[in-house]
Design a binder for this molecule. Structure first.
Ligand code: F6P
Length: 319
């Protein structure tokens, strides 16, 4: 490997800059050249490729977002487009690529690997929904941002004796909702992995809890269930309890990364370069069983994981 490309793809996540910085600095320390590819696979196809040196990544470790910017590139699912991507890499002398993103981004990396470009994926998503790893860059910052926002909603919810339905991100996964549900002491945690859609039972629990003296009610609703406005309206109609919905939205993806995100991003970014230099390709960096490691992308994409049954049950007892 002589020249390593780095790109961020899919939804951005706090800590992506720390990962880019680690890729660049680790690669330079090994005498490699580094090229930054802007706007993910879309930028690759448009040849938005820049040379990077140690100064390109100065002062970015504490910044949210991604200096390389990112995009979701549906076009890259087409085989002829993947081949074009690989040809552009070769044209620019890029023989290894580090792709920072989620499962969708790793699928692109897998295809580039099939076309002879050595690729390594680094898990970057606030959703924590990458099965091979117990940690994804951005999750820690996102849950802390969401937790602080939910505390604020709780203040006003308590003052008004209201029911607050607060929707958090996570796409089809309920990790952000689970963590915030427990950390914010929510009365209900609705996550796609577990929710039985028995709204009558949910309303009955709210009524019972009110009888027992609970004056306000916090419901953390995962984006994968959605319809928070509708749910709040239906709760108000059925219980008489004033209800409001708050959708936290993209604020969860921004902000300066937490110490944990900076640390994991730094190690994972450098690890990706190390294994590229060892000649590995088509791998995803992960953190599993207490250590940093890597998996074959095909195997990683076939793995599944889910929220902890135990934690979910405990959450119910802590209401
Ligand atoms: O994958 C990160 C994420 O923020 C998800 O939680 C959410 O479903 C999605 O991205 C939103 O994507 P977009 O910013 O494209 O609307």
């Amino acid at each position: 490997i002589n020249t390593i490309g780095v790109l961020t793809s899919g939804g951005d996540a706090p800590g992506m800059n720390a990962a880019i910085r680690a890729v660049v600095r680790e690669a330079l320390s090994k005498g490699k050249k580094v090229k930054g590819i802007k706007r993910g696979y879309a930028g690759l196809l448009n040849e938005e490729i820049i040379d990077m040196d140690e100064h390109s990544v100065s002062d970015i470790i504490s910044r949210g977002g991604t200096i390389l910017q990112t995009a979701r590139c549906l076009e890259f699912k087409q085989p002829e487009v993947q081949q074009k991507g690989a040809e552009i890499c070769k044209k620019h002398g890029i023989d290894g690529i580090v792709v920072i993103g989620g499962d969708g981004s790793f699928q692109g990396a897998q295809k580039l690997a099939n076309h002879g470009i050595n690729t390594i994926g680094v898990p970057g998503t606030i959703d924590l929904d990458i099965a091979c790893t117990d940690y994804t860059i951005g999750f820690d910052t996102a849950i802390n941002t969401a937790m602080e926002a939910i505390d604020k909603v709780r203040d006003t919810s308590t003052s008004h004796d209201r029911c607050s339905v607060i929707e958090v991100m996570g796409r089809g996964a309920g990790y952000i909702a689970m963590w915030c549900g427990i950390a914010n002491g929510a009365e209900e945690i609705l996550i796609p992995e577990k929710y039985d859609h028995d709204e009558a039972a949910l309303i009955e629990r709210i009524k019972e809890n009110r009888k027992k003296g609970k004056q306000h009610y916090i419901i953390i609703n995962a984006e994968g269930i959605g319809d928070s406005q509708g749910l709040a309206k239906r709760i108000e109609a059925a219980t008489g309890m004033e209800s409001r919905a708050t959708i936290l939205g993209h604020m969860q993806r921004g902000g300066s990364p937490s110490c944990k995100d900076r640390m994991y991003a730094s190690i994972m970014g450098a690890y990706a370069v190390d294994i590229l230099c060892e000649g590995k390709s088509n791998r995803v960096v992960a953190h599993a069983d207490g250590k940093f490691c890597d998996f074959d992308i095909d195997e990683a994409l076939a793995m599944t994981k889910s929220v902890s049954e135990y934690e979910y049950e405990i959450a119910k007892n802590l209401v």
